[in-house]
Design a protein around this ligand. Structure first.
Ligand code: AMO
Length: 423
């Protein structure tokens, strides 16, 4: 008999079905036993008499039984077991009670036992929603003539400058884990004009915060033949709408379970960096540096929400001092670089890039880099790179802010942070 899923039992009232899944929870009420079976679609109640000795929670099992309506059962239906088979019985009680998962309860414990705590419905939902977001990312860009690329994660130099690089031994050389596919995605613009990549990147961030991971999923986009960064932001707006739409439809049950509050996707205003700083200083009374720190981002997000009712806010024309060497300089100390804040957290950096060799060398020098260190990157700019730009979205941060997760770690199956290398 083919498998029926927990979410489908309502369509099979009076019929005998076969379910497969995990023993989510059980209870013995004298003569009858209740169990909740969890599969990839959801949870259904199963009722049985004493014929079957129920194993510990999280055992994998098969149940054959008849579906009946029962208003008292979760979802309004239950299955009266006729046969049961246990594929693998749990050998010990789970280290945490999976049905009782709560975000606020013992986050460290949830992460420590992630290999099993992830099975909880609320723990797995962000990952399901993230998969839908990524699917939306790919399919929207495919429709816009982009080509997916796969660039190396073992590299000879950092892409972003700065010191947050993980070094590795590469035979007799020093190599690094890629911080970003930045340089390679630019090179690939010379090949395909429009490219994207979905891949992990690595940052040796010393601090353990609720928004930093040492390994995260970078959703990278780069496009050629643009006239300004405005086109890049236009594309990102449409892209985000498509991604969130995909999540809303194809992960509807998970979104409902987490009571996702949908952001305002209609408007994503653009605020110049100088103006943002003025607002922070004069209207919000906050001291500000060239880069906007966490507090400034949060304040700006709240300000934009109160003033315009928006959840997304672009901060544009970043100063050169706050951008990497490849940002396109406007000549007045600002660049065509932008950030996108979502509910007060930076989820994207991007902008137009320098496409002329001599300007790049000059900017590298200005930033105190040795152009010789970037020889492999510079080479391609001798060969007619078109005006281009792009951006990267941190997948976990987008997921975190969409779902209101207290910590970015819950948006990654097996987070890597300052103190965590397992599971
Ligand atoms: P940036 O370094 O700003 O830009 O990173 C882009 C986006 O990646 C996410 N992010 C992180 N997420 C979790 N943990 C971290 N430690 C972390 N660091 C960054 C954020 C951020 O906005 N090459 C440029 C992008 C470009 O210009 O195309 C870059 O990497 O969401």
């Amino acid at each position: 008999m083919s498998r029926t899923f927990a979410s489908q039992v309502a369509q099979h009232v009076g019929q005998t079905v076969t379910l497969e899944g995990f023993l989510h929870w059980k209870r013995d009420l004298g003569g009858i036993q209740f169990l909740l079976l969890r599969d990839r679609s959801g949870i259904v109640q199963v009722v049985t008499d004493r014929r079957f000795a129920l194993p510990l929670a999280e055992s994998s099992l098969k149940v054959v039984g008849r579906v009946v309506a029962n208003p008292k059962a979760p979802g309004g239906y239950e299955v009266l077991a006729e046969a049961m088979e246990f594929y693998a019985q749990a050998l010990e009680p789970t280290p945490i009670e999976i049905p009782k998962e709560e975000w606020k309860v013992n986050p460290e414990t949830l992460l420590e036992y992630r290999y099993v705590s992830l099975r909880g419905e609320k723990a797995r939902a962000p990952l399901k929603i993230q998969a839908a977001l990524v699917r939306g990312f790919r399919s929207y860009l495919d429709r816009q003539g982009f080509t997916e690329i796969f660039t190396p994660k073992i590299v000879s130099a950092g892409a972003e400058g700065g010191s947050n690089l993980f070094g590795i031994d590469y035979f007799e050389h020093r190599a690094y884990l890629a911080q970003s596919p930045q340089l390679y995605k630019q090179i690939m613009v010379g090949v395909f004009e429009r490219v994207y990549e979905v891949a992990p990147v690595f940052r040796a961030e010393l601090h353990a915060t609720s928004r930093h991971l040492n390994e995260y999923l970078s959703l990278d986009v780069e496009m050629g033949f643009i006239t300004s960064e405005e086109e890049v932001m236009n594309l990102e707006e449409e892209l985000l709408r498509a991604m969130l739409e995909e999540a809303r439809h194809s992960a509807a049950a998970e979104c409902q379970l987490l009571q996702v509050e949908w952001p305002n996707l209609a408007e994503m205003p653009r605020l110049e960096h100088a103006e943002a700083r003025r607002i922070l200083r004069e209207e919000l009374g906050l001291p500000v540096g060239a880069d906007l720190n966490e507090e400034a981002e949060r304040a700006l997000g709240a300000w934009a929400k109160a003033k315009w009712g928006v959840d997304f806010l672009f901060v544009t024309k970043y100063p050169e001092s706050a951008r990497p060497f490849y940002a396109y300089p406007e000549g007045d100390g600002s660049t065509r670089g932008f950030d996108l804040l979502f509910r007060g957290l930076e989820i994207t950096s991007g902008g137009q890039r320098i496409h002329r060799y001599e300007v790049l060398v000059e900017q590298l020098r200005k930033k105190g880099h040795d152009p010789a260190q970037f020889a492999g990157y510079l080479e391609v700019f001798k060969f007619g790179m078109p005006p281009h730009g792009g951006f990267a979205i941190g997948a976990e941060r987008l997921t975190q802010k969409l779902l209101g997760l207290p910590n970015v770690r819950y948006a990654r199956a097996f987070p890597r942070d300052r103190h965590r290398l397992t599971p």
